[in-house]
Design a binder for this molecule. Structure first.
Ligand SMILES: Cc1ncc(COP(=O)(O)O)c(C=O)c1O
Length: 475
């Protein structure tokens, strides 16, 4: 049936140029060239690509390199595998937003020229080919009975793979029997609050400022009294925690959200002493820990006191929030209750996703993905800091060593809400710290989410902000 060939099947026909000194893996260079050819219309829908062996010979690379590139582009929807073992350009182009293309993610949120909205990870970099390999392995090899109902904690393979990863990389002291897989941190904190209430808790301490759309709302809805504990440059102020008279505290010790402070070793030890003395629970939200740029890793608090700390992890920042994959490492005395709450909530997280993630972790793909993404985010962070330094030197960036956002404190006299409003009038989306304060006043600050912005968009955004600040100053 009239397969239109691209020519002799040599690399020149596809305009693939490999730069072996570029530091970019060869399969990615091949992907980029083919993707560009399809987007530019040079490679038309239905055109056949050369067999992987032929292209590999033409390029002087191993066949596996070409196979990996083809698989990635099939996963993205640019190419299609046909029976008979040949590969064609797909009949229709995938939507741009779904492409894992070169690092030019959307710079513009709805209604904004540039949007520094936080909490967004660069999902265009989702490792589709590697994930697909794990899905395929799971669907091929997993016996039928593993797809039946399970207990609420999730699949044993993922418990083991997570413990191996967390104990190695995050310094936890996690045993497979203490892991509960959940639908992201959002569900994890909901289950924990439910169990705290069952156990008679009345007050919960939250960092002030902190995120206002999970623990705060859930705790109040469950009838708990919420106490805000002020956050300083190095995370929560432990002295204030002592005065809070709380049954539990939620902390982001590795990169406080939103101020970016890192809780010091003495402060961690003091929090643990507090928890032991009161019989209180520390809920450690470790969501931002995998992206560290300048400082040496800081281990999780859970490793210091596994009987007093619940460790909460999520794939939302490292892979994609749409996966809805999270995990709790729970003290022995609470595991049964948290698992029971999970069964009540949804009868357990999807098994195929869990097995896939277990396979992905066990193959080392998660480590590989993080190694690949760290320099990408670091470049964007550096672009932000450079732009702030040159265009807005009066702002004081903080928490820059980790994560996917930076806070910059405003000088006294510059009103946060006025700056945010003036920025919005210029098409710049940015959040102030103020709305995340529980107990009220504090210095003005702006939260810059940079993870999905190109370096050019970051520079444009800071220029818009500088213009907004000039307007507010000039009043
Ligand atoms: C403080 C904090 N922790 C954790 C998360 C991750 O939540 P989830 O795992 O439910 O996507 C977020 C999301 O932005 C967050 O702001």
């Amino acid at each position: 049936m009239g397969r239109s060939r691209t020519g002799s099947g040599l690399a020149e026909d596809l305009l693939i140029e490999l730069d072996r000194d570029a530091g970019v893996p060869l399969h990615r260079q091949i992907e980029t060239s083919i993707r560009a050819g399809i987007r530019a219309g040079r490679l038309r829908a239905g055109a056949s690509l050369p067999p992987s062996r032929t292209l590999a010979a033409g390029l002087g690379v191993s066949r596996g390199v070409v196979v990996e590139a083809y698989q990635q582009l099939v996963a993205e929807g640019y190419l299609a595998s046909r029976s008979g073992g040949y590969t064609q350009v797909a009949a229709s182009m995938p939507p741009v937003a779904a492409g894992a293309g070169p690092a030019t993610p959307a710079a513009h949120g709805p209604g904004f020229r540039v949007d520094f909205g936080y909490g967004r990870t660069d999902v265009s970099q989702f490792p589709r080919a590697a994930w697909l390999r794990s899905v395929r392995a799971v669907l091929t090899a997993t016996p039928n009975d593993r797809f039946a109902y399970l207990d609420g904690r999730g699949v044993p393979e993922l418990h083991t793979a997570l413990c191996d990863y967390l104990n190695r990389v995050r310094g936890t002291s996690a045993a497979p029997g203490h892991v509960v897989v959940c639908g992201g941190y959002g569900q994890g904190i909901a289950l924990l609050i439910q169990v705290l209430v069952q156990h008679g808790a009345r007050r919960i301490a939250l960092e002030d400022p902190s995120s206002n759309d999970d623990a705060l709302v859930l705790a109040r809805a469950a009838g708990l009294e919420v106490v805000g504990v002020p956050v300083g440059p190095d995370g929560v102020e432990v002295g204030a925690l002592h005065r809070a008279d709380a049954d539990a505290v939620v902390l982001t010790p590795s990169h406080q959200w939103p101020t970016g402070g890192v809780l010091s070793a003495p402060a961690r030890a003091e929090v643990i002493r507090w928890a032991k003395r009161r019989g209180a629970l520390v809920i450690e939200d470790d969501y931002d820990a995998e992206y560290r740029y300048d400082r040496s890793p800081v281990g999780a608090m859970q490793g210091l006191a596994p009987d007093h700390v619940v460790y909460c992890g999520t794939a939302s920042k490292t892979l994609a929030p749409g996966l809805r994959l999270g995990w709790l490492v729970v003290p022995a005395r609470l595991v049964g209750d948290v698992a029971a709450a999970k069964v009540l909530a949804d009868r357990g997280s999807p098994v195929i996703d869990q097995l896939t993630f277990a396979d992905f972790l066990a193959r080392g793909e998660f480590d590989r993905h993080l190694r690949r993404m760290r320099p990408v985010y670091r470049r964007r962070r550096d672009a932000l800091l450079d732009a702030l330094r040159t265009q807005l030197p009066e702002l004081r960036p903080a928490g820059i060593a980790a994560g996917q956002h930076v806070v910059a404190w405003l000088p006294p006299g510059l009103d946060e809400a006025e700056v945010v409003a003036a920025a919005a009038r210029r098409g710049l989306g940015i959040h102030g710290v103020g709305p995340y304060r529980i107990t009220g006043a504090g210095p003005g600050g702006l939260i810059f989410g940079y993870a999905i912005l190109s370096e050019a968009a970051i520079a444009e955004g800071v220029a818009l902000l500088a213009s907004a600040v000039r307007e507010v100053r000039g009043r």
